[in-house]
Design a binder for this molecule. Structure first.
Ligand SMILES: Cc1ncc(COP(=O)(O)O)c(C=O)c1O
Length: 362
């Protein structure tokens, strides 16, 4: 009999959004709509697609393990040194590398109770303890998080804005927290939805790297750049932290197509502008319609919205599937009455609202 690590036995596998093809196969339909994984409904950057077609014949070669060209271009754009960057197979891998670099069995990492689910997953996978801070009103409470730090704490995880709540921590709160956090604790700030936020109170965590505290900012090409399928995320931190994380990183973790696509997508300001516009319009529409239906939702700073149905969401989720609309129940987060809905194109958002009306008979 095999004997996995005790802490691995207790892990709950990550449940992804249901793929469109799977639902279409099951229902024998062709026009299912997926609003379940916070992807960019406009598709990938056209500049990225064009660049990919030019290099696809080279995939017999291993990728550049150092991502030289992408590293230099991104460093320039962000105003950091190339040595301040680490790339991952999605930002999920960067988060995992950070956990493997800084956590060991018995250590503690502090995070919100409804924080991005990959945080407790990577923490527990290395045998460390996820210390959960309550999130009243589904917002991170940084005062409470600070109070949960003990001599065993090695890391703090914060997604800003957070998935699945869509909520954000404001500049003043983050500054208060970073001033007080002990110097030896690594603070990972996940900004996967950075490009969608317009609020003047939203803090760019890069502004605080100069404080000298060990901060890792994590971002991704999966959301506004529309490259989720290629898997590319990155971390920004001090040269020292990045050099430790690079010792843990697999040599060819980022594939060559992802590097080329991301390099091209960085120039696609028009695609980013359109994606942001479309998202803003879609979010406004969904909020208005939900208000009309008298359904509670959490105001969102992202490309998705958390909807509180007030009762078991699974029957509604299943009924929406039968209407060809895939959303995401978040019961695995302990949110027992909510569904998470990604902002889609106008017609996709209308399909969702129409299906929801039918299912709820409103
Ligand atoms: C907060 C947050 N961080 C990271 C990710 C993962 O992104 P990636 O595709 O870069 O692994 C997601 C994806 O949904 C997310 O919501």
């Amino acid at each position: 009999m095999v004997r996995p690590n005790e802490f691995v036995k207790d892990l709950v596998p990550y449940i992804p959004g249901k793929p469109v093809e799977e639902l279409e196969r099951e229902l024998g339909i062709r026009d299912a709509v997926k609003l379940a994984s916070n992807e960019n409904p406009l598709g990938p950057s056209p500049l990225a697609v064009r660049a990919l077609l030019e290099v696809v014949g080279n995939i017999n070669r291993y990728p550049d393990g150092d991502a030289f060209y992408l590293r230099h271009k991104l460093a320039m754009k962000l105003g950091v040194k190339p040595e301040n960057l680490i790339f991952g197979n999605g930002s999920n891998e960067v988060i995992e590398i950070a956990a493997r670099t800084f956590l060991k069995p018995g250590d503690e990492a502090v995070m919100g109770e409804f924080a991005f689910i990959v945080f407790p997953l990577v923490t527990k996978a290395v045998g460390a303890h996820a210390i959960l801070s309550p999130m009243p009103n589904l917002v991170h409470d940084l005062k409470d998080m600070l109070g949960r730090i003990t001599p065993k704490t090695r890391m703090v995880f914060l997604a800003n804005p957070n998935n699945p709540t869509g909520t954000m921590v404001r500049r003043e709160e983050l500054e208060w927290f970073l001033e007080r956090i002990p110097e030896e604790i690594v603070v990972l700030i996940d900004e996967a939805y950075f490009d969608y936020v317009d609020d003047p109170e939203y803090p760019n965590s890069l502004d605080y790297h100069s404080l000298g505290k060990p901060i890792i900012t994590v971002r991704t090409f999966s959301k506004i750049y529309g490259l989720a399928g290629l898997r590319l995320g990155f971390g920004i931190s001090s040269e020292e932290i990045i050099s430790y994380m690079n010792r843990v990183r697999e040599p060819f973790n980022v594939n060559s197509l992802a590097q080329v696509a991301a390099f091209a997508a960085l120039d696609d300001t028009e695609h980013i502008r359109r994606s942001k516009e479309e998202n803003k319009r879609g979010l406004r529409y969904l909020e208005e319609e939900l208000r009309k239906l008298k359904i509670r939702f959490i105001p969102s700073f992202t490309n998705f919205i958390l909807v509180d149905l007030g009762s078991d969401p699974i029957p509604v989720y299943n009924a929406l599937l039968r209407e060809g609309v895939i959303v995401r129940p978040v019961v695995n987060y302990g949110l027992k009455t909510h569904i998470r809905v990604t902002v889609g194109l106008r017609e996709e958002n209308e399909r969702f609202i129409c299906a929801l009306r039918k299912v709820l008979r409103r």
